[in-house]
Write a protein that binds this ligand. Structure first.
Ligand code: IPD
Length: 277
């Protein structure tokens, strides 16, 4: 029932704070780093420990729910969204930042039922900022209502993106071509902060006008999509169609006009879907 998702949200907030504090403490110590899909797709022991902490805590409370986690997926678990209540978890978003102690690192917990996103919680591990939203109930930063920017004109926009793990010359050409096109629009600026979820939270608070990325994962967008939508923004596919959580691509913006401008000016980079086998 609607009531029980509210209870799930409270538990999510509690767990995100606890996990975030573990990450904050771990930043001070030496990290054991390895790579996953590519040499720049990083993982540390802390990613795995924190995911285990989050999932075991939630599973104890909600044993019948399903769990999709970044590190469980890396370990071979299938990443498939069913109609069952499903938690979608990134224990450390911004692992590369974490490794360098660059202060943009977050815990992200999203929750979907019948393939619809119901709520999202994102905890900024360095400054303790908490972003939350529940479908139909608004979006909040540390408990205060947040709102997207209403700007429609790209020449007044600050645009955020992320690089993604593929670094072959063809991919990098498209990547920089997309940035050059937006810079010559001319957008006010383009920023890359190293955490998809925190970049998306900055769209939700109106600190930037648009975000796009190829190569992110469902756990990078699940929680943030609810937060942006509840802050009045749009989250769509880079084709202009509805968001597909598993498609590894997204455009988010404060207004549909801004989102459509980005859509029309992007060249695609293809990544294997999260739910492919
Ligand atoms: C990654 C970061 C990075 C983005 C990647 C994400 P992770 O998440 O958000 O900035 O470019 O697409 O997967 O691996 O640090 O959780």
């Amino acid at each position: 029932s609607d009531k029980s998702w509210g209870e799930c949200l409270s538990v999510a907030v509690e767990v995100a704070r606890r996990a975030g504090k573990v990450v904050q403490e771990a930043v001070k110590h030496e990290k054991s780093v390895s790579s996953k899909s590519t040499p720049t797709d990083l993982v540390t022991e802390t990613d795995q420990q924190v995911e285990e902490l989050i999932i075991s805590t939630l599973r104890e409370r909600f044993p019948s729910h399903r769990y999709i986690g970044e590190e469980s997926s890396a370990a071979g678990e299938k990443c498939i969204l069913t109609d069952n209540p499903t938690w979608i978890i990134d224990p450390i978003d911004g692992t590369c930042n974490f490794v360098h102690s660059f202060p943009m690192v977050a815990v992200s917990i999203g929750f979907a039922v019948k393939k619809e996103l119901e709520f999202g919680v994102i905890y900024h591990c360095f400054d303790g900022t908490l972003y939350t939203a529940r479908k139909g109930h608004g979006a909040f930063c540390n408990g205060a209502r947040i709102q997207v920017s209403k700007e429609k004109d790209v020449s007044k926009a600050l645009i955020l993106t992320e690089i993604g793990a593929k670094r072959d010359p063809a991919t990098l050409n498209i990547f920089s071509g997309n940035i050059m096109k937006l810079l010559s629009a001319p957008a006010h600026g383009v920023r890359i902060i190293g955490s998809s979820t925190l970049a998306l939270c900055l769209i939700a608070t109106g600190a930037a006008e648009a975000y796009y990325q190829f190569g992110l994962h469902c756990w990078d967008i699940a929680a943030a999509a609810v937060i942006i939508r509840e802050a009045g923004g749009v989250v769509i596919d880079t084709s202009g169609g509805p968001l597909d959580l598993m498609s590894r691509r997204v455009v988010a913006a404060g207004t549909l006009e801004m989102a459509n401008y980005i859509v029309q000016n992007l060249e695609s980079i293809s990544y294997e879907r999260d739910d492919s086998d």
